[in-house]
Design a protein around this ligand. Structure first.
Ligand SMILES: NC(=O)c1ccc[n+]([C@@H]2O[C@H](COP(=O)([O-])OP(=O)(O)OC[C@H]3O[C@@H](n4cnc5c(N)ncnc54)[C@H](OP(=O)(O)O)[C@@H]3O)[C@@H](O)[C@H]2O)c1
Length: 280
């Protein structure tokens, strides 16, 4: 699997597992734990979650899967996020402690501010740095930040220690290619692409299905291969169905040809002007 370098040199897998909509219902809990465990078994080594998902339920599912899972905790890169309303100096630390408990671990590998709220960035960064100093967080970053937000972050003390920005990016949502992706690239700040299959919708996109049919893949795999075509992008599709988990992992090895990329450009052209950041 291709790897993406974080600032500082650590490599993380370019494809990970998303967990939104997991941990929301007790009756699905067992199957969800099994799905995360299966993902680990077949080779997923990066998991993205958040205190928001299932109000802690997704972190619990991940924690359970890791605790009795097929691979040691040290082999998995764990990403979680703090709610903006918890992101004060003290609130961030308290939220992180709660997440660690649910995840049944002593450290989060990458801890993100889920989106920008009312708390001054300097406060959140101070808390992130405290957690990093204590080893409870190995790296920290942000999510749903556009160029202006990142510029402001770069203006606060230690703001440049940000290790990643996680935003909506898919073959149909390409707005970030205009300015955000180039801005991040100049600063070697990796991008984590969420909703890379448009929450499942790209699996039935006609242009992607046409390409998929010709190369014996699925449209969802083409969507993922498209997102992963760039060396500094990490994609975190969510899946609980075994077939989806297998397909998505295999998509990380698909390289689209120039002609296939041109077909996707024709169906969904790159942006010619600034677009508002897409969000879900
Ligand atoms: N930072 C943020 O603000 C933010 C926002 C949104 C999402 N995220 C993160 O990004 C992750 C991914 O985004 P997402 O979950 O919204 O959307 P997504 O990954 O684009 O799509 C997930 C949906 O696609 C289906 N799917 C997965 N693989 C498939 C395949 N190979 N073929 C057909 N369908 C497939 C899944 O079905 P099954 O589950 O039934 O297999 C699920 O319904 C989230 O889970 C979360 O971790 C972050």
């Amino acid at each position: 699997m291709r790897a993406v370098d974080l600032p500082g040199g650590e490599s993380v897998p370019a494809l990970g597992l998303g967990t939104w909509r997991i941990g929301e219902a007790a009756r699905r809990r067992r199957a969800e734990v099994e799905a995360v465990r299966f993902a680990l078994e077949i080779g997923y080594r990066l998991i993205d979650t958040a205190e928001m998902y299932g109000e802690g339920g997704a972190e619990e599912v991940v924690g359970e899967a890791l605790a009795h899972g097929p691979v040691p905790r040290g082999e998995v890169f764990l990403v979680s996020k703090v709610y903006p309303h918890n992101a004060s100096r003290r609130g961030t630390v308290a939220a992180c402690e709660r997440s660690l408990k649910r995840l049944r671990t002593d450290r989060i590998d990458l801890y993100l501010l889920h989106w920008r709220g009312a708390v001054p960035l300097a406060e959140t960064v101070e808390a992130f740095e405290q957690l990093r100093g204590q080893g409870k967080v190995r790296h920290w970053g942000v999510s749903n930040f556009d160029v202006d937000d990142l510029r402001q972050l770069w203006g606060v003390d230690d703001g440049e220690r940000c290790a990643a920005n996680q935003v909506y990016y898919s073959a149909s949502q390409r707005g970030i290619e205009f300015d955000l992706l180039p801005w991040q690239r100049q600063r070697r700040l990796p991008l984590m692409a969420y909703c890379p299959i448009d929450q499942g919708a790209l699996a039935s996109s006609s242009p992607l299905q046409k390409i998929a049919h010709e190369r014996g893949a699925t449209a969802a795999q083409v969507a993922l291969a498209w997102t992963l075509r760039q060396p500094d992008v990490i994609a975190i599709p969510k899946a609980v169905q075994a077939a989806h988990l297998l397909d998505n992992l295999a998509a990380a090895s698909i390289e689209l040809s120039a002609a296939e990329l041109a077909q996707i450009d024709a169906a969904s052209p790159p942006p010619a002007r600034k677009r508002r950041l897409a969000m879900t």
